[in-house]
Design a protein around this ligand. Structure first.
Ligand SMILES: *[C@@H]1O[C@H](CO)[C@@H](O)[C@H](O)[C@H]1NC(C)=O
Ligand SMILES: *[C@@H]1O[C@H](CO)[C@@H](O)[C@H](O)[C@H]1NC(C)=O
Length: 405
């Protein structure tokens, strides 16, 4: 074989091998081929954060399966970079593999900074995976946490149906109908399932329910206040609708369960300053000074008090008990005085007889009276041997009465 020909074969073989590798679904061997560019996001602390994991974006990144096939089932898995799970405040939801996934949650002021969230999309047909890194920066809220917060339970929605921005807008407009403030904003969205709600029956139209928390700097309207008044709570506990003197501007798209409305008014005072983010290096404060040694303290009085007081109390109790048991004893005499003479006599005779019988039984070790023995002739006083061979007057002896008449 000539040298150029040999080279051609080697190149062809390498290409074939490379091609078959590229179609391997295992992403660990070739991570770069299946990674989307990083995506930067930012969110305010104390406001709802929603990120939609778009199916189309990931579908195009799969090597196979984007040739006009719209219905590729894709599932997602998200976790904090270098950690096994999502941060506590962030939740993930996807109804089924043909729907987009959502990451949502409400970061608090302690989550300020940048978080790397790794998202892995799986093609459920080919088991290909595509990874993407979301760089999420939480910035402090410019005007602080809204002090007035109302939480509504929307009964006719699942959580992912509440997350798209236009639905949130619609909800805020509806809220403005009962709570007339112009700075209303959605703070938190939670599935009722995360609050102890139950999974609905698989019947058309049954939904899990979603809690939506809305905040404002302006006070609650009288209408909202009356829906949580004690009278309304009472009506709710009786299974009736609460008193509300305003028009339910949510219906029909959102059916609010007014009995589950919660109004929260945060302490108005100055908001506590959050942690100050320094350079990350501790400033130089000189050498470490260990605290001076504690001076020895006199522990004897304490010890004595601890030991002596209980001992003294125990002693007093002992004395009291002893006096009661020994000196205040009301014994046999009192009993005898209280019992009628006849009864006492009866009792003593019975006891006396018993004693006597006992006494007699005690001295039973004398030989048995002869009259109780067999083969004894009362008249002659003769004892017969029970053995027949040695017997002479056996008949006589046998007829003689055993006891004297
Ligand atoms: C948002 O709701 C979730 C679930 O109920 C809760 O764990 C979280 O503390 C809430 N966040 C805020 C800032 O209220
Ligand atoms: C709504 O509130 C009632 C009590 O007022 C409670 O029993 C019920 O579980 C709540 N509903 C949900 C979905 O949390």
């Amino acid at each position: 074989m000539e040298v150029p020909e040999l080279l051609q074969v080697v190149v062809l073989a390498a290409m074939a091998l490379g091609g078959s590798w590229a179609t391997l679904p295992d992403h660990h061997t070739l991570p770069d081929h299946h990674t989307l560019p990083d995506h930067r996001l930012s969110s305010e602390a104390g406001a709802i954060f929603v990120h939609e994991l778009e199916r189309e974006l990931f579908q195009e990144a799969f090597v196979n399966g984007h040739e006009g096939d719209d219905a590729t089932p894709i599932t997602f898995q998200a976790h904090l970079q270098d950690h096994p799970d999502l941060p506590r405040w962030l939740r993930y939801v996807q109804r089924d593999p043909l729907q987009p996934g959502y990451l949502y949650g409400c970061p608090t002021a302690s989550e300020l900074g940048t978080h790397g969230i790794e998202v892995l999309a799986y093609n459920r047909h080919t088991y290909e995976t595509v990874a993407q890194l979301l760089l999420l920066t939480i910035i402090p809220a410019p005007d602080g946490e809204p002090p007035y917060q109302g939480e509504f339970l929307v009964g006719n929605r699942n959580v992912e149906e509440m997350l798209p921005e236009e639905v949130q807008e619609m909800f805020l407009q509806a809220t403005a109908g009962v709570w007339d403030q112009d700075d209303l904003r959605v703070i938190n969205i939670t599935s009722a399932l995360d609050r102890g709600g139950r999974v609905p029956l698989p019947i058309e139209g049954r939904k899990e329910g979603v809690y939506v928390k809305v905040g404002s700097h302006g006070a609650f309207s009288p209408c909202l206040a009356s829906a949580t008044s004690p009278q309304s709570r009472l009506r709710c506990s009786l299974g009736q609708q609460p008193l509300a003197d305003c028009y339910d501007s949510f219906a029909p798209p959102f059916s609010i369960q007014w009995c589950n409305l919660t109004l929260l008014q945060l302490r108005p005072g100055p908001t506590a300053p959050g942690p100050v983010w320094g350079s990350g290096v501790l400033e130089d404060a000189g050498d470490f000074q260990p605290p001076t040694e504690a001076t020895p303290r006199d522990l004897l009085p304490g010890f004595l008090v601890t030991l002596l007081v209980p001992l003294l109390v125990a002693l007093l109790l002992c004395l009291l008990l002893g006096y009661l048991m020994c000196c205040r004893r009301e014994g046999v005499q009192k009993r005898n005085l209280e019992t009628s003479d006849l009864q006492l006599f009866h009792h003593t005779t019975i006891r006396g007889d018993t004693e006597e019988l006992r006494h007699m039984a005690g001295s039973r070790d004398v030989p048995r009276p002869l009259s109780t023995l067999p083969m004894f002739n009362v008249r002659t006083g003769q004892r017969l041997s029970p053995l027949p061979a040695a017997r002479e007057g056996a008949r006589d002896g046998a007829r003689a009465p055993l006891l004297p008449p």
